[in-house]
Every structure is written in structure tokens, then in C-alpha cells.
Write a protein that binds this ligand. Structure first.
Ligand code: NAP
Length: 291
């Protein structure tokens, strides 16, 4: 790093699990851009101060992760129409000391489902989770895939219910049903879904034994089952689905695609995707070998 090095970062709590610094720093090295990516563990009580500090320190931008994606919106100077509609931002751009919230998770999710568009459009879909990532997933499903029926499952069902009301108000989506995660009476809704997306951290390293769904009865051939978790690259949830003949999609490509969009917003340069893919896969492999 030099005095001229421009700074990018990540704010979340915790942040140790994140691979964003590895991906972005590899991309800065490959492109020769004089940027560096740091991680900041920001406790929720310090979020407001941290956000004002970004502008004061003239940091070029940050990614936002668990648990700040939703709460950060009210602290920003501007919010892109997409992030506003989703109700969550995973990227902040410092535009001449004005902080703008963007959502690149939506782009990443859509890009990683390329190839399955025809199989999913107009069908019944299920989303597990009701946090920031689930909001981006639901936005894309509603605006791009126009599902016939949407099921949202969450540990705290009242959060899923609040999301249902939000989707009704913002996107006029009236075909949403909510369920408690692990409610065995709702298994039919899952097995009748053409697409099931895990948007919870259940199963993420080092808790690889966890899964948001433990019954293998819900999976079958013809389904697309996506896990937003990218470490390990095949989660317990994906293994259960694959064993029953479903097609599985991991969270690694979404991670790369959302990072690429953020990278472009901050630098104006395209991310070197092949290099970043190779770095990510090597890192996950080494980590799981060590773990
Ligand atoms: P968030 O806003 O904090 O929401 C977390 C959600 O997961 C909530 O619905 C929460 O339920 C639920 N949850 C948390 N721990 C759980 C557990 N052990 N079992 C079941 N449900 C649990 O987080 P987020 O930003 O939406 O992120 C969710 C996951 O998506 C994370 O693993 C994150 O790494 C991943 N993600 C991946 C990408 C990618 O590019 N691949 C992008 C974004 C996010 P309650 O409301 O009941 O607490």
C-alpha cells in the first residue's frame, strides 16, 4: 500500500468468514489498480458512526454484510431504486462524499441462475430465510421469473410475514405464503416448488452439519435447488437435494457475480472473472482440507 492507494472495505459483524477481501485484492493485483480491500468488524451499535466515518475518511466504497444490509439504508445520502425496492444494500459507493447504497446481490443471483430461466419462469418457488439476501432473491424472482406462487420459510415466522407485507406493498405481489422453517406440515409446499433457494447461513463453514431442511422427501428430479452459502462449495442441503435427483447450484458464482458488479461500481473497470474464480475455488478447497 502507498499513500495514493484507494481504500475499499467490508462492514459486517462478524466478518472473519468473508472471502470478499481475497477476491477483490486478487482482482486489484491482476488489473494493476492501486486499490486495497480491508474488512471492518462493526458492531450494530456503531453502525451510524462507521457510516459517517466512511465519508470522512474518503473511503471509495464498501460491501455490507450480515447483519447491516437492511439497517444501513436510512444512514445513506442516496439509495438506488433497486436497493430501495429490495429494502437492503450490500454495496456503498462514495460519490464525492455522498454515500449511495446499491444492491448487487440481485444481479449476482440472476446471473448465477442463467441457464435455468425457462425451467423456473411462472412456477412455484420457495425461499428459505427472510433477511437481506432473501429480499434480493425475492425481488429477482418476482421481477424476472414471475412465479405463480411464492413460499417464504423463516425461523422467526413474523419476519417472513413482515416481508410478505412489504412485497405486497412495493411489488404488488399477492401470491406469497409464509411458514415457519422446520414446520413439517409445510413440506408439501417445498416439494411442489420448482426452485428452492437457501438464503440462510445454515450449513456455512464451520457449521457444515447444519441444513435449513433436513428431510430428503422434498427433493426430486426436475427441481432446481440453490444454496447461497458458498463455503463449503457443496453444502449438506445441496447433497440431500442432489441425492434425490434435483439439480443443484452453489453460491460461489453468485458471490463472484455480485463482487464483479460492486468492483465495477467502485473502479469503473471490469473484474477479471477467470482469475477471481480460480482464486475462490483454490481458497475454498484449501480451507475445507484444513477444516
Ligand atoms: P441476514 O440478513 O442476517 O439474514 C439471515 C437469515 O437467515 C434470517 O432469515 C435468519 O432467520 C436466518 N438464519 C440465520 N441463522 C440461521 C440458522 N442457523 N438456521 C436457520 N436460519 C437461520 O443475512 P443475509 O445477508 O440475508 O445472508 C444470508 C446468507 O446468504 C449468508 O450465509 C450469506 O453468506 C449468504 N449470502 C451469499 C451471497 C452470495 O453471493 N453467495 C450473497 C448474499 C448472502 P431469523 O430471521 O429467524 O433470524
Amino acid at each position: 500500500m502507498q499513500p495514493t492507494t484507494k481504500l475499499i472495505g467490508l462492514i459486517g459483524h462478524p466478518v472473519e468468514h468473508s472471502l470478499s477481501a481475497i477476491l477483490h485484492n486478487a482482482a486489484f493485483e491482476e488489473t494493476g489498480l492501486d486499490f486495497a480491500y480491508l474488512t471492518f468488524d462493526i458492531h450494530p451499535r456503531n453502525l451510524r458512526d462507521a457510516i459517517r466515518g466512511l465519508a470522512a475518511l474518503n473511503i471509495v466504497g464498501v460491501n455490507v454484510t450480515i447483519p447491516h444490509k437492511e439497517n444501513v439504508l436510512e444512514l445513506l445520502d442516496e439509495v438506488s431504486p433497486e436497493a430501495r425496492m429490495i429494502g437492503a444494500a450490500n454495496t456503498i459507493v462514495n460519490d464525492g462524499f455522498k454515500l449511495r447504497g446499491e444492491n448487487t446481490d440481485a444481479y449476482g443471483f440472476l446471473a448465477s441462475l442463467r441457464g435455468y430461466t425457462d425451467a423456473i419462469r411462472g412456477q412455484t418457488v420457495s425461499v428459505l430465510g427472510a433477511g437481506g439476501a432473501a429480499r434480493a432473491v425475492l425481488y429477482v424472482l418476482i421481477t424476472e421469473f414471475k412465479p405463480r406462487q411464492i413460499h417464504i420459510f423463516n425461523r422467526h415466522v413474523e419476519r417472513a410475514e413482515a416481508l410478505r407485507l412489504y412485497l405486497h406493498k412495493t411489488l404488488s405481489q399477492s401470491t406469497v405464503t409464509t411458514h415457519e422453517l422446520f414446520d413439517t406440515n409445510a413440506l408439501d409446499s417445498l416439494s411442489n416448488s420448482r426452485l428452492i433457494v437457501n438464503a440462510t447461513p445454515a450449513g456455512m463453514f464451520p457449521n457444515e452439519d447444519e441444513s435449513p431442511v433436513v428431510s430428503d422427501k422434498i427433493f426430486k428430479e426436475g427441481q432446481v435447488v440453490m444454496d447461497l452459502v458458498y463455503n463449503p462449495s457443496e453444502t449438506r442441503f445441496m447433497k440431500l437435494a442432489r441425492a434425490s435427483g434435483a439439480t443443484t447450484v452453489g453460491g460461489d458464482e453468485m458471490l463472484i457475480q455480485q463482487a464483479a458488479k460492486s468492483f465495477e461500481l467502485w473502479t469503473g473497470v471490469a473484474m477479471p472473472l477467470e482469475k477471481v474464480r480460480a482464486v475462490l475455488h483454490r481458497h475454498i478447497q484449501e480451507k475445507s482440507v484444513k477444516g
